[in-house]
Design a protein around this ligand. Structure first.
Ligand code: NAD
Length: 376
């Protein structure tokens, strides 16, 4: 297969979807790899490093899309990229379609087969291609929140860990999955007082063991959250219902209960946001204020630390890239049902049910959309 790697064009996105190690593996499997000139620059990977492992460097994105069968990316296709897609393309990237009916329609109209990193599942139903970026985003969430609490940035002016004789700040993490646990660990490390909320009791049990008494675990009922909110300095929103639009866990009328200059970090913004007042922001202009509360809602948080994120992401994606390139989407999906869950759009149809429900598109079974019978 011809595998193409375009330069990411989303604002402040510096990751790249394949490293020279990935090129080497693909070439050894008999594939051709086309990398757009400069695609690795943001992650400190020069073109020459790709070339040394057997990639061909092509001048621009038009050349990548025109020549490649499989397009490997990081962020969801931007409108100019959607316009380049054709039915023969297999696209493998983050898509986050549930909150984005326009992009969903664009991908349906393109006829391309689109596999979303964030809905690929492992054999225990976990999300192996979301997890590495969730680890990064969780750690950034606390760092960013601590920074935004500083007075010159519009925050309350409180130091997360306090000092001897002055109490620490209070951090509420809503959603104790991969993002939430990593955010909590950094907050604990910074010596804040930490409360982690989830609705999954088994997960709260696990977290309780991991934290060893250094953070409190709490059931995420509306009332429990509301009762704690007035004393909180930093809230990190990290809930997820696989593939679906994020549920709203803090409403606008509840902002009035919070301290002025408190900070909300909405990591779930890529799935539509889990605070009613959230809207996506960028690293260049990461925050806005509503009712005296700072909102940080950057949709590609790991993009800010590409030298870490590119390697964390590609370590996880490479086995799937190889499988898709070796077997094609149809056989790969039959051989690995978890990879089949990643296919969101195929043959002009939405094949992932939560996206169909969230965007109002009809749902079609994957193998029907591919024009084949269901697996035996
Ligand atoms: N902004 C970014 O750059 C960025 C980067 C990585 C991940 N994310 C996003 O962060 C979110 C969390 O990802 P994750 O990998 O931690 O997911 P996860 O599945 O590991 O964890 C989600 C947790 O939310 C809990 N949950 C679901 N509904 C809840 C509710 N109503 N109240 C409380 N808890 C609830 C679940 O029980 C689960 O423990 C996702 O939307 C993901 O796409 C964003």
């Amino acid at each position: 297969m011809k595998v193409g790697v375009p330069t990411e064009i989303k604002t402040d996105e510096y990751r790249v979807a394949l490293t020279p190690s990935g090129v080497r593996e693909l070439v050894e499997h008999g594939h051709e790899v086309l990398v757009q000139a400069g695609a690795g620059e943001g992650s400190a990977i020069p073109d020459a490093d790709y070339e040394r492992q057997g990639a061909a460097i092509v001048p621009d994105a038009d050349a990548v899309f025109a020549q490649a069968d499989m397009i490997v990316k990081v962020k969801e296709p931007q409108p100019v990229e959607v316009a380049r897609l054709e039915p023969h393309h297999l696209v493998f990237t983050y898509l986050h379609l549930a909150p984005d009916p326009d992009l969903t329609q664009g991908l349906v109209d393109s006829g391309a087969t689109c596999v979303a990193y964030e809905t690929v599942e492992d054999d225990r139903g976990r999300l192996p291609l979301l997890a590495p970026m969730s680890e990064v985003a969780g750690k950034i969430a606390t760092q960013a929140g601590a920074f935004m609490l500083e007075k010159p940035l519009g925050g309350r002016g409180i130091l997360l860990g306090g000092v001897p004789g002055v109490a620490a700040a209070k951090v509420m993490v809503i959603g104790g999955g991969v993002v939430g646990m990593n955010a909590a660990f950094i907050a604990i490390g910074m010596e804040a007082e930490v409360y982690v909320y989830d609705r999954n009791i088994d997960r709260l049990r696990e977290l309780d063991l991991y934290f060893g008494g250094r953070a409190s675990t709490c059931y995420a009922s509306t009332l429990e959250i509301e009762q704690r909110l007035p004393e909180i300095d930093l809230v990190i929103g990290a809930v997820l219902i696989h593939g679906a639009r994020a549920p709203s866990v803090i409403r606008r009328d509840q902002l009035g209960m919070m301290k002025r200059g408190a900070v909300l970090v909405d990591v779930s913004i890529d799935q539509g946001g889990c605070f009613e007042t959230s809207r996506p922001t960028t690293h260049t202009d990461p925050t806005f204020e509503v009712d005296g509360v700072t909102h940080y809602c950057v949709a590609n948080m790991p993009g800010a630390v590409p030298v870490t994120s590119t390697y964390a992401l590609t370590n996880a994606t490479l086995p799937y890239v190889l499988h898709l390139a070796d077997a094609g989407v149809s056989r790969a999906a039959r051989e690995n049902p978890g990879l089949a869950s990643g296919v969101n759009v195929a043959g002009g149809k939405v094949t992932y049910r939560p996206v169909a429900e969230a965007t109002g598109q009809p749902h079609t079974e994957l193998f029907e959309a591919l024009g084949e019978g269901a697996p035996a």
